[in-house]
Design a protein around this ligand. Structure first.
Ligand SMILES: C[S@@+](CC[C@H](N)C(=O)[O-])C[C@H]1O[C@@H](n2cnc3c(N)ncnc32)[C@H](O)[C@@H]1O
Length: 301
C-alpha cells in the first residue's frame, strides 16, 4: 500500500546530511543523445552515492550518463530497449565496430545530402530495429530526441545540426570504452536487473518520467508502483538504492504528488536547481522559490 511518507529526520540530522558525500568531476561528453539524459548533472547525483558499495547497478541505462561519469570498478547496466543495449554491448566488446557502425551511416548521410541519407538509416531501423542504425539516429535526429511510436517505429525527423564526424565520434568511443570497461551490459527489464543486486550493492534508477516519457521509449509497460516494490525488496536485502524521479517544472505541483511507500526512502535531494539541496519529504505547504527544472533524488539510505 502506497502512502505519503513523513520526514524521518530531525533538523539537526538534516544539517549533517546537507553536503554530498562524494566529489566527482563533471563528465559532459555524450556518446549518445538521449531524451532525459543526466549528462549535465550526473556528477551531482553521484555526490549523494555512498563510496563503499560493491557492484553498481543501473537498470535504466539510456545514454549512460551517470554510469560514464562514475566509471565504476564493477557494474551491471541494462535497458528494456534491445537496440540500445546492442550499442552498449558493442562498445564494451568491440569498440572499433561501434565506430565503424557510425562511420558507415555518416557516409550514407553525406552521400545523400543529409536529410535523405538520414531517412535511409531511419527506414533501415524501422524495417528491422538494430543498434547500428539507432546509434546514428540518436546522434543526428531532430533535437536529439529519438521518438518511438507505440509499435516501436522511430518517427523523429532529421536534425538541423551536422552530426559529428566519424573521427570525433571515435574519440568519444575511446573515452567511453575506458570508463565502462568494468561494466556488463544486459538487455533486461529493470525489475530483473534490480533483483540481481545483493547486500552492499548500489542501484541507481532513472526510470521514464511517469507522466510524459513512457511513450518516448516505447516502454508502455513501465509501472512505477512495481518499481517501488522492487526497490523496497532490494532495501530489505541490504541494497542501497537511489531513484531519480519527476523532472517537471517546479512551478507545477507535481514535485510532491507521487505517493511513496512508507519506510523505503530515508532522504531526498533536489538536483539541478542551480544548487543541490536536501529537504524533508512531503513538507506541508512547502514553497520553494526556484522555478527551474529539478529532479528529485530519493535515497533509501
Ligand atoms: C530517463 S531514461 C534514462 C536516461 C539515462 N539516465 C541517461 O542519462 O541517459 C529511461 C530509460 O529507461 C528505459 N526503460 C523504460 N522502461 C524500462 C523497463 N521496464 N526496464 C528497463 N529499462 C526501461 C528506456 O528505454 C530509457 O532508456
Amino acid at each position: 500500500m502506497l502512502e505519503p511518507q513523513n520526514s524521518l529526520f530531525s533538523a539537526a540530522t538534516l544539517q549533517t546530511l546537507l553536503e554530498p558525500v562524494t566529489q566527482i568531476k563533471p563528465f559532459k561528453t555524450q556518446l549518445l543523445k538521449w531524451i532525459g539524459n543526466k549528462q549535465r548533472f550526473a556528477h551531482e547525483i553521484i555526490g549523494y552515492f555512498p563510496t563503499d558499495f560493491g557492484t553498481y547497478f543501473e537498470p535504466f541505462i539510456g545514454s549512460g550518463a551517470v554510469l560514464g561519469t562514475l566509471a565504476p570498478e564493477r557494474a551491471v547496466a541494462g535497458d528494456i530497449l534491445k537496440p540500445l543495449t546492442e550499442i552498449w554491448q558493442m562498445l564494451s566488446t568491440d569498440p572499433e565496430t561501434l565506430t565503424r557502425w557510425y562511420a558507415e551511416r555518416w557516409q550514407i548521410y553525406q552521400q545523400h545530402g543529409g536529410k535523405a541519407g538520414y531517412e535511409i538509416v531511419k527506414a533501415s531501423y524501422n524495417a528491422l530495429p538494430n543498434g547500428a542504425d539507432l546509434l546514428f539516429l540518436s546522434r543526428s535526429c531532430y533535437g536529439g530526441v529519438v521518438r518511438f511510436r507505440k509499435d516501436g517505429y522511430i518517427s523523429t525527423p532529421c536534425g538541423v545540426h551536422e552530426p559529428i564526424s566519424p573521427v570525433a565520434f571515435a574519440a568519444r568511443v575511446a573515452l567511453w570504452s575506458e570508463r565502462v570497461k568494468h561494466t556488463t551490459f544486459i538487455h533486461s527489464d529493470a525489475l530483473e536487473t534490480i533483483s540481481m543486486a545483493g547486500a552492499g550493492d548500489l542501484v541507481y534508477c532513472d526510470p521514464p518520467y511517469v507522466d510524459s516519457q513512457t511513450i518516448l521509449y516505447g516502454a508502455q509497460d513501465f509501472s512505477l508502483a512495481a518499481l517501488l516494490q522492487a526497490i523496497a525488496a532490494a532495501k530489505r536485502r541490504g541494497v542501497r538504492v537511489a531513484l531519480s524521479i519527476d523532472g517537471t517544472k517546479r512551478s507545477g505541483d507535481k514535485i510532491c504528488n507521487i505517493p511513496m511507500p512508507a519506510g523505503v526512502f530515508e532522504r531526498e535531494a533536489l538536483v539541478n536547481c542551480g544548487r543541490s539541496m536536501l529537504r524533508r519529504f512531503q513538507m506541508a505547504g512547502e514553497t520553494l522559490e526556484a522555478e527551474e527544472v529539478s529532479d528529485r533524488l530519493l535515497l533509501t539510505y
